[in-house]
Design a protein around this ligand. Structure first.
Ligand code: 4AZ
Length: 256
């Protein structure tokens, strides 16, 4: 997150931190994610660059985490991953991460995955036809870089506020032109001061609709971070209700 502020996991209790175990057994932070039900974490497809070769056993997911490199025994919950589902239509041949969405199924222990607490809660998904107007302010959160090109991630969870951009604006030639498909939307600040950055991808963009929080986007890509005319690009979650229901077997993901 560039230009945001340090936050707490209590303010974003659905945030997930996805780690990958390297050949040398080192735990490497890979991506953000969001908890959509007790055993399911939503993230970005591009977090798994080797696609279907991805070995679920190499990944672990932390919930309730404030600090990336500290273990917080009282607030965090750690899970192994049972399976990873990458969207069949995920395509980066045009360099724009089309259908950048994936699901991770957490491994239950004694029949239980995530346990609700002050630091761990699920986020609601919006109904398929729920659309938001350009200009609406939404929040993003993550453990990603505070500046593009840094070699280290943020030590603590950070948050920022960004405004939704009209598709017609983001598709202008001085923005991203034809890179933006119907499966994406853009969000940024009029002064370009706050944005998602490397390491934040997979994490949620959450908007307040009538006093309740809904996840509308997955942090996906951008040309650099907090650059003029280069807003953050997000996976348009309302296009994927059916896909999520199909993979998770959850019947009405937008209820509750
Ligand atoms: C990334 O590399 C990334 N400024 C994520 C978001 C943005 C740029 C890069 C948006 O994960």
């Amino acid at each position: 997150i560039v230009g945001g502020t340090v936050s707490t996991v209590e303010a974003h209790p659905w945030i997930a931190a996805v780690f990958w175990r390297s050949k040398t057994k080192e735990k490497v932070f890979r991506c953000g994610g969001s908890l959509i039900s007790s055993c399911w974490v939503l993230t970005a497809a591009h977090c798994f660059p080797d696609g279907s070769n991805t070995k679920a056993r190499r990944f672990s997911v932390f919930l309730g985490k404030n600090a990336l490199n500290e273990s917080e025994l009282t607030t965090e919950q750690r899970f192994r991953v049972e399976e990873i589902y990458i969207h069949e239509g995920f395509d980066n041949s045009e360099g724009n991460f089309n259908n950048d969405i994936a699901l991770m199924k957490l491994k239950a222990r004694r029949g239980q995955c995530a346990m609700e607490s002050n630091t761990v809660k699920t986020i609601c998904l919006p109904p398929p036809l729920q659309s938001l107007h350009p200009g609406v302010s939404c929040e993003i959160a993550g453990y990603g870089k505070e500046k593009f090109g840094l070699w280290y991630n943020s030590q603590y969870l950070r948050e920022a506020q960004v405004n939704l951009l009209a598709d017609s604006v983001c598709r202008q030639e001085d923005y991203y032109g034809k890179m933006i498909t119907d499966n994406m939307f853009c969000a940024g600040r009029s002064d370009w001061s706050q944005d998602a950055c490397e390491g934040d991808s997979g994490g949620p963009l959450v908007c307040d609709v009538g006093g309740r929080f809904f996840q509308f986007g997955i942090i996906s890509w951008g040309d650099g971070c907090a650059q003029e005319f280069r807003p953050g690009v997000y996976t348009r979650l309302t296009n994927y209700n059916r896909w999520i229901e199909e993979k998770t077997g959850l019947s009405d993901i937008t209820a509750g």
